[in-house]
Design a protein around this ligand. Structure first.
Ligand code: MRU
Length: 347
């Protein structure tokens, strides 16, 4: 299975598979400081909400090691974590993982103990994410009748997580159970996570897939070719509003117009129970260059401004189901994230 991150304890290095180069080249970046991990997250060498959280946790291990020997090692550690937390704003998984690491500083007797505790915790966060994804895959596959044709957006696979994937995990599990007739993957503009990463993962698994430009999704639904939309999430509020890759909201509107189930898959670490409404989620705006590069220009055209949000919000009313490792919620019924089906029932 593909792994986006590779922790090398003895060297004190987090190796990051540079997803900006995929699939043309498999290049690894060696991050040996919390600042370099933060930069790898910011520039999207590692991306995808759960993977960002895991990278942040390893960044905290490097922060704890860097703080060793400092008189004020707790303050150094906390300040490094604060900087790491600013790397990308929308996926709550980063803040969640850093919160788990931050708590360790309260109980550690010295900086050496803190570094050791952080390393154990980061490995646990990574392991838990893989287990959560496998459970999400099993649960989510139950929502797909045999012969389903599923449309997915962005990349939610092994590259975006601790392994298996969230929405792509459901697709992997459903495919291995013989439930899928095929998968449609959007290219996902402007960064092309769909055509560069999802298509690559699907092709390596031998899963029958068709790639389409984002704007072809509505007509495909209209033609009766899609039985379910299955996507991931970067942050989910208590009422079930979902922040995910730009274009997700458009897919949800189209899915509703065509009476197609809109299914969201995410681990519990993506649920932000501090927030009720999607409008409170910070949305990352990215550089104009990302749009102009696709037009073959290396600088903005004179007199033209750009609008390049990385994420949008799908309101709960359009979300048929949210699958987490804990169970399945159905926000469109007005019950928010209350679980209708619990993970421990029925298997
Ligand atoms: O900008 P990205 O590539 O980090 O955006 C990723 C997404 O929007 C994913 O759908 C989401 O993070 C879930 S990944 C399991």
């Amino acid at each position: 299975m593909l792994k986006p991150l590779d922790w090398q304890s003895a060297q004190g290095v987090l190796r990051v598979l540079d997803q900006r180069q995929l699939p043309a080249r498999s290049e690894w970046l060696d991050c040996d400081s919390p600042e370099s991990v933060s930069e790898a997250i910011h520039c999207m060498a590692v991306r995808g909400a759960p993977a960002i959280g895991i990278a942040g946790a390893w960044g905290a291990v490097l922060a704890a090691r860097a703080a060793a020997g400092e008189t004020d090692w707790r303050a150094c550690f906390q300040s490094a974590l604060q900087n790491l937390g600013r790397a990308r704003p929308t996926a709550v998984n980063l803040a969640w993982a850093l919160g788990r690491m931050r708590g360790l500083a309260d109980t550690a007797s010295d900086s050496q103990a803190l570094a050791e505790a952080c390393e154990v915790e980061a490995a646990r966060i990574e392991r838990e994410d893989l287990a959560a994804n496998q459970r999400i895959g099993e649960l989510g596959a139950r929502l797909l009748p045999k012969g389903s044709r599923v449309l997915t957006h962005c990349n939610t696979g092994a590259l975006a997580t601790g392994g298996h994937g969230t929405a792509l995990g459901i697709i992997r599990s459903a495919w291995s159970q013989g439930l899928l007739a095929g998968v449609y993957a959007t290219e996902t503009r402007p960064w092309l996570q769909g055509s560069r990463l999802t298509a690559w993962e699907l092709s390596q698994e031998g899963i029958a897939a068709t790639l389409l430009v984002d704007s072809a999704a509505a007509s495909l639904m209209g033609a009766g070719e899609i039985d379910a939309v299955v996507i991931g999430a970067d942050r989910i509020t208590r009422r079930g509003d979902v922040a995910n890759k730009i274009g997700s909201y458009m897919l949800a509107v189209c899915a509703r117009a065509h009476e197609i189930p809109f299914i969201v898959a995410a681990p519990g670490s993506t649920v932000d129970s501090a927030l009720l409404k999607g409008s409170d989620i910070p949305i990352e705006n990215r550089s104009a260059d990302e749009i102009w590069w696709a037009a073959g220009l290396d600088k903005p055209m004179a007199g033209i401004t750009t609008h390049n949000p990385a994420f949008d919000i799908t309101p709960a009313e359009l979300v048929t189901a949210i699958v987490t490792e804990e169970g399945i919620a159905s926000p469109m019924n007005g019950q928010g994230m209350a679980l209708l089906e619990r993970s421990d029932s029925g298997s």
